[in-house]
Ligand binder design. Sequence first.
Ligand SMILES: [Zn+2]
Length: 281
Amino acid sequence: MTEAEAKRMLEIPAELWEECPGCHQLLYGRELERSLRVCSKCGHHFRLSVWQRVNFTVDEGSFEEWDADMPLYDPLSFPEYQEKLEAARTKTGVNEAVLTGAARIGGIATGLGIMDLAFIGGSMGFVVGEKVARLFERCALLHLPVVIFCASGGARMQESLVSLMQMPKTAAAARKLREARCLYVSVLTDPTYGGVTASFAFLGDIILAEPCASMGFAGPRVVEVTKMRMPPEVQTAEFQYQHGMIDMIVPRQQLHETLEVILRWATEHTSEASPHQEGQP
Ligand SMILES: [Zn+2]
């Protein structure tokens, strides 16, 4: 830290500083927001809330939420699950671990899904699966492309098999979007694991990832408990890119522009041939 930086730090209240988990430097909150919560010292991408992701991604004021009124769902009457769901709703301001809706990116109308790690680890239960499936199906009818920002610890343990059933359900809905000749762009963010990885996260026509995002089917805890032999770099965006599982690694500052280019290309190349053109808003 330079003398000027140290002096400036003393003038700003401590609560406005955040420590970077990557390089442990203290970063000024407003500057961190301006850089889309990417560390200016080491490039670490901080994890985002769904509302930060909305702000950083879509055209200002263009987001319209879908399925915001879905009720809590506790299919197995799992002990203390209802309370946990209600607490997660209060904490995050969303009704489940995914926010869905419509928005514009660079002026292009798009269906949007954003997963929220702060909501029970971004895990996928019935409501998450239902909201993602509805997003695909609605966009197939409206003839809209879909962008989903994935972030998940995997299946929702409190819903057991009901949670696992969301994998084929979301995969089938993604197929309906493909049959309607609409593009699906999946953006993998840190971390994306388990049932989400094994279903809609890796079904994108184009799969993007943020730098250094961790991803895989078995999360770090499962790897540890089962004593799997796996080098740590395997579960990273860079390794998956080198082995052909991901199309591009895109720094957060370039994501909006990259999505705009992809969506513009896709909408210009599918609208003429599509049988669903009359459904376009
Ligand atoms: Zn850093």
